[in-house]
Design a protein around this ligand. Structure first.
Ligand SMILES: NC(=O)c1ccc[n+]([C@@H]2O[C@H](COP(=O)([O-])OP(=O)(O)OC[C@H]3O[C@@H](n4cnc5c(N)ncnc54)[C@H](O)[C@@H]3O)[C@@H](O)[C@H]2O)c1
Length: 343
């Protein structure tokens, strides 16, 4: 083993963990050292398949000196505790989305990363999709002019079996809610990355078809700091799922992306582009209908940044913005009034 490789440990072994294991094993400049799972059968399988150390508790994994980076794949409302312990031990931390289920819990993590001088980043793999990067570039180059309107639509399908398959899904303590904080947050993160932070929201959420605590239908009006307006609509209750959609409209053009692929590009500078229909990469009706390509891209950038002593992409403060807007939508629905966002 080369000594300049970053030693990686993974906490929590569920549906998303293989995406991380495969990425770390395939990437240069890092080395998978250990995986934590409280399930003995899973530990035996991982040990045999990947020849890594396996631990029952995350405390044991964090104590390993040869680990510099820890990836946290526990349920969303259980990211904070292992993250705090890992950062206290001087490890860099990557957390699966959402960073945590409330801004208060996100802030505790951010404070710990500053105190321990380690990096803290969040997985938002869709920020690394090539079509998404084209939209970012177009906006940065001024091709859309002043941004006016941004819309995020997450019209997905999850049956009750999905929520029943893990004890935390759809619960307030484990998931923080449901469609917005779990499925919708990917598209909401992109909306805010493109449009800028939000300063005010008003929203309504309902639980209409599932036996869960969180919402399965949601709508919100958004006022961005720039003065632009926007909307968010999400559901996991629909009869048929649609690829998630994001629309960005400016005074000089509009771009629409569906299921990670640009489907409409019409700007003053480029005219209306002919877009060839491409297969989308959406998890609209199947949470596992994605592959590890984008996780691998983000993890490669994180590993490279750590090796170069730079701040990795999707730093925690940025990742908290989507938690802040979702938290404000939940508050607005409960209070029946507009809620301002201060982060
Ligand atoms: N980036 C993505 O596209 C994507 C996709 C799916 C899930 N996720 C995120 O990954 C995280 C895990 O989701 P999942 O679908 O893999 O969940 P899962 O239910 O499949 O697995 C969670 C694992 O964590 C373990 N666990 C439960 N409570 C724990 C605790 N308190 N401490 C330590 N381990 C605990 C469980 O035993 C299980 O092995 C969530 O935050 C989720 O939002 C991200």
């Amino acid at each position: 083993m080369k000594t300049d490789k970053i030693g990686v440990g993974i906490i929590g072994y569920g549906s998303i963990t293989p995406f991380h294991i495969h990425s770390i094993v395939e990437l240069d400049h890092c080395h998978l050292i250990a995986v934590q799972s409280s399930n003995a059968e899973k530990r035996a399988t991982i040990q045999e398949k990947y020849d890594v150390q396996c631990f029952d508790t995350y405390q044991e994994l964090i104590s390993l000196e040869q680990i510099q980076l820890i990836i946290i794949c526990t349920p969303s409302g259980f990211h904070l505790e292992p993250a705090l312990l890992a950062m206290k031990a001087g490890k860099h931390v990557v957390v699966e989305k959402p960073l945590e289920i409330s801004t208060a819990r996100c802030e505790k993590m951010i404070e710990a990363s500053i105190a321990s001088k380690v990096s803290l980043t969040c997985i938002f793999q869709n920020r690394f999709a090539s079509d998404y990067l084209k939209i970012k570039e177009a906006i940065a180059a001024g091709k859309l002019g002043k941004l006016l309107l941004g819309n995020a639509y997450i019209k997905w399908k999850r049956d009750q079996n999905y929520y029943d398959s893990s004890p935390w899904r759809g619960t307030l303590k484990g998931d923080g809610g449901a469609v917005l904080i779990n499925q919708g947050i990917h598209t909401i993160d992109l909306l805010m990355d493109l449009m800028g932070n939000a300063k005010m929201v008003s929203g309504s959420i309902r639980t209409l078809t599932h036996n869960i605590e969180g919402e399965d239908v949601a709508v919100a009006n958004v006022e961005f700091e720039s003065g632009a307006l926007g909307t968010i609509e999400g559901s996991t209750s629909l009869y048929r799922a649609f690829p998630e959609k994001i629309e960005i409209h400016g005074e000089k053009g509009s771009i629409i992306m569906e299921g990670g692929k640009i489907t409409h590009w019409n700007t003053e500078e480029d005219g209306k582009l002919e877009i060839k229909a491409e297969k989308s990469t959406s998890g609209a009706d199947d949470p596992m209908a994605i592959d590890n390509t984008l996780h691998k891209k983000q993890l490669r950038e994180i590993i490279n940044s750590i090796r170069q002593g730079k701040t990795p992409p999707v730093a925690a403060k940025k990742a908290m913005q989507s938690v802040a807007i979702i938290e404000a939508i939940y508050k607005s629905s409960r209070a029946h009034k507009k809620i301002s966002i201060n982060t």
